[in-house]
Design a protein around this ligand. Structure first.
Ligand code: FEO
Length: 171
């Protein structure tokens, strides 16, 4: 693999680990507010992000390159409200989509079809990530000041279950 591609994929491992860290911090926020269902949604999200990082980690090795781990930034630890948290999740996922698009652009510019093909899984995944976080954001906004509605949503989000990707490299 081209050095530029290796470096960019290594940066994405860091970005996915940061995402996992961010969602764990959001889980902690919700747990401290006694909203365990929201916390569960974040735990599942954090597990997904760790799996994303490992998928790229494994791909770098599979291509005969070296994974280089770097410092992970500290995530925020406080938010103003559940709406504020999900606004953050949604905008964060939009940023991740942009990062994935940039990786695809780089793979294409280098004629690296294998990496481009690998990254298509992430292109699809980001559509789902933006949809799922956008849907919860809409629901939290609708619930807004109603404690009853928030409790119902908390119960709904407590049902989310983590489904690990089935293979190391794709699908
Ligand atoms: Fe790994 Fe939520 O993007």
């Amino acid at each position: 693999m081209d050095e530029k591609m290796i470096n960019a994929l290594n940066s994405q491992v860091n970005a996915e680990l940061y995402s996992s860290y961010l969602y764990l911090s959001m889980e902690s926020y919700f747990e401290s507010e006694d909203m365990g269902g929201f916390g569960n949604w974040m735990r599942v999200q954090a597990q997904e992000e760790l799996a994303h990082a490992m998928k790229i980690y494994d791909f770098i090795i599979q291509r005969g390159a070296k994974v280089t781990l770097t410092r992970i930034d500290s995530p925020p630890t406080e938010w103003k409200s559940p709406v504020n948290v999900f606004e953050h999740v949604y905008s964060h996922e939009q940023k991740v989509t942009e990062l994935i698009n940039q990786l695809v652009n780089l793979a294409i510019s280098l004629g690296d079809h294998a990496t481009n093909n690998f990254l298509q899984w992430f292109v699809s995944e980001q559509v789902e990530e933006e949809e799922s976080s956008g849907t919860v954001l809409k629901k939290v906004k609708m619930a807004n000041e109603s404690l009853n509605a928030l409790l119902m949503l908390d119960n709904e989000l407590s049902q989310r279950v983590y489904n690990p990707p089935t293979t190391k490299t794709n699908i």
